[in-house]
Design a binder for this molecule. Structure first.
Ligand SMILES: *[C@@H]1O[C@H](CO)[C@@H](O)[C@H](O)[C@H]1NC(C)=O
Ligand SMILES: *[C@@H]1O[C@H](CO)[C@@H](O)[C@H](O)[C@H]1NC(C)=O
Ligand SMILES: *[C@@H]1O[C@H](CO)[C@@H](O)[C@H](O)[C@H]1NC(C)=O
Length: 423
């Protein structure tokens, strides 16, 4: 009786527990800071993980407290910024100079891609069903790097001496997902004159032979950014993909209209509305003193091939605006009225400066001049332009390298003066 119970109970237990609760192709992978002790407020720390075999990331579980971490970003890199370090300081130049408790390096040395962003009080982002980010194997992502921006380091300095393990748990599977996820980046270079509000704009014709299904977007700018908005323009009709103030937590938000598709022949367009109350001009560049204008569109494709082009870059003001787009019908008269409206408080921003018609010759000369510099820059970093402008390797929060491409010159000053006219 006893013996048979033991046997039956064992069989029963095996029947209940013998079957794995989770598919064995699934694995939760921790990518968390290895007990770090940042000593300076506003330190950005990076921690890498090599991805050898092909995996698909299907979900992200953040581990962070908004009291400590201002944001957590997950990057995919072809090469990590520091080859032999477990932790490095991957902040912008200014912050790096202030703190030297960890060696400094960019997030990635090459192939930078942002895959996930968590920020203060931000709601969780779920990838849609059957969608995964392919990493490792023959994908362009050989390393994952988690970046934590430590706002408050009080718990970590003496005498508290605590250590931190902020980071992410990645839900992964080795099973190929039916829909592969990607991120498309729209951005500009350019200049924001003192005491002015300007629009920084970019647009590209999408011509690849596959539909993109955007499901989330993220905006990025520094302190001058008021509104960043992204659109699909089809037959002159503008449809919002996403619009947000970059002063809100810079994480991925749901697109404005779930189900929106980008098809070959559509135009992808974005505008950053920047307001500069400072006494000096601010340029797009890589330090906290510079600005950035970025709109990220997270999408999936039906299948396993991602489009070749994954960014759309323009030189920005004063050289380039929507009016200069010449690859299709943008229908600027149909520009959405709320393109520069902060969706949180409905504040509307108007540009206070615009190039005036009489200076067209100057503008042309300036544009040629800046194009030369821009193309030279692309050549230096090994990016080949085709069609519009391809993005220089994107280096959010990175120090050395890309410095923007707007320099003061005689032509430049003149156009600024002409710009004083309001409209
Ligand atoms: C905290 O760390 C500092 C140096 O990192 C050390 O001098 C100090 O003794 C530590 N304090 C405690 C309470 O462990
Ligand atoms: C975003 O969309 C997903 C799926 O469509 C939904 O479950 C989620 O609640 C949405 N999040 C917000 C903040 O609206
Ligand atoms: C923004 O404007 C467009 C048309 O200009 C309109 O279709 C859309 O509903 C507006 N969005 C909001 C949130 O008001």
């Amino acid at each position: 009786m006893h013996a048979s119970c033991t046997i039956f109970c064992l069989i029963g237990l095996v029947a209940i527990y013998g079957k794995p609760i989770e598919d064995e192709t699934q694995e939760n992978v921790d990518l968390r800071m290895p007990n770090v002790r940042p000593q300076t407020p506003d330190t950005y720390l990076c921690h890498p993980m090599k991805t050898d075999d092909t995996k698909y990331i299907t979900g992200f579980v953040p581990h962070g407290e908004s009291m400590i971490a201002h944001h957590i970003l997950l990057y995919g890199c072809e090469e990590p910024g520091a080859a032999d370090e477990s932790v490095w300081n991957c902040g912008e130049m200014e912050a790096k100079e202030k703190s030297n408790d960890y060696p400094s390096a960019p997030v990635c040395k090459s192939g930078t891609k942002i895959l996930y962003a968590w920020a203060m009080d931000a709601p969780k982002l779920n990838l849609p069903k059957d969608v995964g980010f392919k990493v490792g194997g023959d994908s362009a992502i050989k390393y994952l790097v988690v970046q934590v921006h430590y706002k408050n380091v009080e718990p970590f300095v003496a005498p508290n001496n605590q250590t931190d393990q902020s980071g992410l748990t990645l839900q992964t599977t080795t099973q190929q997902q039916p829909k592969e996820a990607g991120v498309y980046l729209l951005g500009t270079g350019g200049n924001i004159p003192a005491h002015s509000t300007v629009f920084m704009e970019t647009a590209c014709l999408y011509h690849e032979d596959m539909a993109l299904h955007p499901f989330a977007f993220r905006t990025h700018a520094h302190t001058l950014g008021q509104v960043v908005s992204g659109y699909r323009v089809r037959d002159g009709e503008w449809t919002e993909i996403g619009r947000q103030s970059p002063q809100k937590p810079q994480m991925f938000y749901n697109v404005t209209r779930p189900g929106i598709r980008i098809l070959p022949g559509d135009i992808l367009a974005a505008r950053c509305t920047m307001k500069n109350d400072l006494d000096h001009d601010v340029q797009i560049g890589s330090t906290q003193k510079d600005e950035m204008c970025n709109f990220y569109m997270m999408y999936y494709v039906d299948g396993k091939t991602l489009p070749q082009e994954d960014s759309c870059w323009s030189m920005g003001p004063p050289s380039w605006s929507f009016e200069d787009f010449d690859q299709g019908f943008m229908n600027l008269e149909n520009l959405p009225k709320n393109i520069s409206t902060d969706p949180n408080n409905n504040e509307v921003f108007h540009a206070t400066r615009k190039m005036v018609q009489q200076t067209q010759n100057d503008v042309d000369r300036l544009r040629e001049d800046m194009e030369d510099r821009f193309l030279q820059l692309l050549e230096e970093i090994g990016t080949v332009g085709q069609g519009g402008y391809d993005a220089p390797e994107f280096r959010e929060y990175e120090g050395p390298g890309y410095q923007g491409y707007v320099e003061e010159g005689p032509g430049f000053k003149k156009v600024h003066e002409e710009w004083e006219e309001e409209y």
